[in-house]
Design a binder for this molecule. Structure first.
Ligand code: NIG
Ligand code: FE
Length: 422
């Protein structure tokens, strides 16, 4: 008998999403690794036993035994693309969009991302931390236990570094695991509107090295990657500008990501795949040829159906085709004040099933194990496997498919981060 800090038994479906140390592709996306009448044993914040209730009870003992009463347990969700550090809201823009304004039109007229930049530049670190903690709490309540957070509402060196400081503070204060991403190339700030290349110079000559310097002395160093991202789009950054930013970042040591094909195909997908990006995100208008390249690469295709849903688009990224073509597909909320004010991975799964034709099993793997690999943490989180961080959620249902089937409600009964109920 081995001692455990916590044992959970009588799990109707223990949905492990186990992957044997690699991301899931193709038919493997249909396998969520269910153990009927399952149980887990946890010690020092990690899974030390995963099996049936009978196996766990015969191998482990603990003073703390939780009876899951036949409910479903899944790995905590991993949300691999968010922009949750910002000040204010975009409620006026919500109304403008309802009345017919397009997202890129609002951005071009100095609203959208730029309006959030104005608020974020003015906000103190303490205020940003306070506002962002509320957003992390909402994500946790939806079952998310790990997330990526991007900068990108500063667009000057000082404010981008302030956002990194906020992200580090959130990581210290909140049970959700966090991975930082530097997104100075999110939009061209108003002071560079007429000379966008000069802003790209500033990013490449100053901001990226300042951010990298911050990273190497931060608590993230050695624990998580540090990503550099770019918004490759008309009205944001051209293909050449995106290449410059990503090449400079790579040479400094960043891992790379890119927002591509959200509205316009500028060739960003091919560029980022050829540069070895960890993920390319959105993919609403990716070409068949680029899907072929993606399938042969180690780059993740990240789909974000919450953005389409929120902006009222009828065209979604073709996640069905991405999976069937053999791409490694991950799913995220993109939680941000403009294009996707949504903290919920279950909601992203629900939309993905309906409009991108992922099956519930595929959506779950995309929001857990594949999402973990898409932010470089596949060996640490994203599945219920021995040695991984004991992050899980208990759902008020007997069948995991209900997580995608129901929407707008709340099936999460409990969330554990590192083996602790939070
Ligand atoms: O992923 N596309 C650019 N960035 C975000 C939106 C950010 C915002 O609107 O504030 C996105 O959709
Ligand atoms: Fe985004």
């Amino acid at each position: 008998m081995q001692n455990a800090d916590l044992i959970i038994t009588n799990v109707g479906q223990l949905v492990t999403c186990s992957s044997g140390g690699k991301p899931k592709r193709g038919a493997a996306m249909l396998d969520v690794g269910i153990i009927g009448d399952g149980g887990v044993a946890i010690a020092d914040g990690k899974f030390i036993g995963v099996g049936t209730s009978a196996q766990i009870l015969s191998d482990f003992q603990s003073d703390e035994v939780v009876d899951a009463e036949g409910r479903v347990i899944c790995p905590g969700f991993v949300d691999p693309h968010t922009h949750i550090v910002y000040s204010g809201d975009r409620l006026n823009e919500f109304e403008l969009k309802i009345k017919g304004a397009a997202y890129l039109e609002i951005l071009a007229s100095g609203g959208g991302i730029i309006s959030t930049v104005k608020n974020t530049r003015e906000a103190a670190v303490e205020s940003l931390v306070e506002q962002s903690l509320v957003r992390l709490d909402k994500m946790l309540a939806c079952g998310t236990t790990t997330c990526e957070i991007k900068t990108g509402y500063g667009l000057d060196t000082a404010t981008e570094l302030k956002m990194l400081e906020v992200i580090a503070e959130l990581d210290r204060l909140h049970p959700i695991n966090i991975v930082p991403t530097f997104l100075a190339a999110h939009a061209v700030p108003p002071e560079f509107k007429e000379v966008p290349d000069k802003y790209v110079d500033l990013i490449c000559d100053t901001m990226l090295s300042a951010a990298w310097k911050w990273f190497v002395s931060s608590d993230f160093q050695g624990r998580t990657p540090f990503f550099c991202d770019v918004f490759c789009e008309n009205g944001a950054f051209s293909l050449d500008q995106s290449r410059r930013v990503l090449e400079t970042a790579k040479s400094l040591g960043f891992e790379i990501k890119a927002h591509v094909d959200q509205f316009t195909n500028l060739g960003g997908a091919r560029l980022a795949i050829e540069m070895g990006a960890t993920s390319i995100d959105h993919l609403d208008v990716i070409s068949n040829e680029e899907i072929g390249l993606l399938a042969k690469s180690d780059t993740f295709g990240m789909v974000i159906p919450t953005e389409n849903f929120n902006t009222g688009k009828t065209q979604y990224a073709n996640a069905r085709k991405l999976v069937d073509s053999g791409c490694a597909v991950a799913l995220s909320t993109d939680y941000n004040p403009g294009s996707a004010p949504c903290p919920s991975q279950p909601m992203a799964m629900a939309i993905s099933c309906r409009y991108q034709k992922l099956l519930p099993a595929e959506a779950l793997n995309a929001a857990t194990i594949n999402a973990a690999y898409a932010i470089g943490l596949g060996d640490m989180v994203g599945s219920i496997e021995i040695g991984k961080r004991a992050d899980l959620a208990i759902f008020e249902t007997h069948d995991y498919r209900q997580i995608s089937y129901e929407f707008g409600g709340d099936l999460v009964a409990a969330v554990y981060c590192g083996g602790v109920a939070v």
